[in-house]
Design a protein around this ligand. Structure first.
Ligand code: ADE
Length: 419
């Protein structure tokens, strides 16, 4: 199979880890079993630009079980698990183009390799593949039926394309499905971000001032988990409603200019640019730890930090860069400001990716069934997919719930009964 991976000899290790993750992806497994029989993706070419993890490999296996050929490149230069890329190529028959630590040129060469397969469907984690097709390979629209997007960041970009009338293909906002963002963004990012910060630094969270920049679903997950470990959490926001929610959830809320003075660990989770800037770095305490868990490495102004630093050197541990300012204060930046949960840890645990990737697999089937009929806009995932995924997930967790009595159903659809 065409591939560009670090070392095919890593495939056996990758396969073991992929199978381990599969133990926790029971909704996806059930879909895979059905796909094996029904082959709803027979002959379909899928192009994916996603984090190359054990969980993603299980999504690729599911698409292949449905009859698709898959072509996968990384959606971030630091998130690839090389053993997984090797296993996909050597053990599962996928076309994998991803090497952890690849430079920008290789990153885009890998996107080109995926585009060269002429995908009928694309799946993005951050919108880079579909943005590449729009700007560099518009001839691919002829054979492209639809595109799915996994992240808040990607949806923001796609909505901007829609507003500018630049969008040329139907997109499905997988991120916005309830069974995706309520769980993956909150519990997945919450746990994996704390995990990444701890693996990189081994810092104690208890009693520490931890600043969460952004209180969307990812930010609230991180705040909740850091707080659960005993951190004193401060939230910064630009949205008044979200700031109010953070305040009523019990966190201190203040501008980043104030938080910079008291924070000890900082993490951005906003989807926006330059959330922590030079004036904030200058105000920080000596030894501040700074990370980003948003999709792109632009949330921290690291170029600005480099300019005000008198020395920049590798920190004492892997994935830490130590910046020394003119004042002598040191700032420790994790994973070059790239998403810390995937660069320093393994991303979200499999049981939450189970839901996100079940939505992806079912949405792929939906796009194939509806090819040529979907509007060229950012479409929602059909409600039935959310309902199916939540119902089966509960079933796999052995959780039963109640059903409405006839009387209750009647009451909810009537207006006559009042005081
Ligand atoms: N995004 C966040 N965590 C992930 C994971 N484990 N696999 C793929 N994409 C992810």
């Amino acid at each position: 199979m065409p591939h560009d991976v670090k070392d095919l000899d890593l495939a056996a290790d990758g396969k073991k880890r992929i199978e381990w993750a599969d133990n926790f992806m029971l909704v996806l497994k059930r879909i895979r079993k059905r796909f094996e029989k029904e082959k709803p993706l027979d002959g379909v070419t899928v192009g994916c630009c996603m984090h190359v993890t054990t969980e993603t490999a299980n999504l690729m296996r599911t698409l292949m079980a449905g009859g698709a050929s898959v072509n996968l490149c990384a959606s971030n230069p630091l998130s690839t698990q090389d053993d997984v890329a090797a296993a996909l190529a050597a053990e599962y028959g996928g076309n994998a183009f991803a090497i952890r630590g690849e430079d920008n040129e290789t990153y885009y060469d890998h996107i080109k390799s995926v585009a060269a397969a002429k995908p009928n469907l694309t799946m993005d984690d951050g919108c880079d593949l579909i943005a590449y097709i729009h700007s560099e390979a518009p001839e691919l629209f002829e054979t492209l039926w639809g595109s799915m997007e996994e992240t808040t960041t990607g949806i923001i970009r796609l909505r901007a394309m829609e507003r500018d009338n630049a969008l040329k293909v139907p997109v499905i906002a997988v991120n916005d499905a309830k069974t995706k963002h309520f769980f993956d963004n909150r519990y997945g990012t919450g746990q994996s971000t704390v995990d990444g910060i701890i693996r990189a630094t081994n810092v104690l969270m208890a009693g520490r001032n931890v600043v969460a920049c952004g209180y969307g679903w990812c930010g609230r997950g991180f705040a909740m988990r850091a707080s659960g470990m005993g951190a004193r959490v401060i939230v910064t926001e630009v949205d008044a409603v979200k700031a109010l929610e953070a305040a009523m959830d019990g966190y201190q809320v203040m501008p980043i200019a104030e938080a910079a003075k008291v924070g000890e660990v900082f993490c951005t989770l906003t989807g926006n640019k330059h959330v922590i800037r030079t004036e904030h770095f200058e105000a920080m305490r000596d030894g501040a730890i700074v990370a980003n868990s948003g999709h792109f490495n632009i949330e921290l102004d690291l170029e600005g930090l480099g300019k005000i630093a008198k020395e920049v050197k590798p920190g004492s541990r892997e994935l830490i860069t130590e910046y020394t300012l003119a004042s002598g204060k040191r700032i420790f930046v994790l994973a070059e400001g790239r998403l810390v949960n995937l660069a320093a840890a393994e991303g979200h645990p499999a049981s939450v990716m189970d839901m996100s990737f079940a939505v992806q697999a079912l949405t792929a089937e939906y796009v194939v069934k509806n090819k040529g009929k979907l509007d060229v806009k950012v479409n929602n995932v059909p409600d039935e997919i959310d309902e199916f995924v939540s119902r089966i997930k509960l079933e796999t967790m052995s959780i039963d719930i109640d059903t409405l009595t006839d009387e209750q159903a009647r009451y909810l659809s009537s207006w006559q009964e009042g005081t």
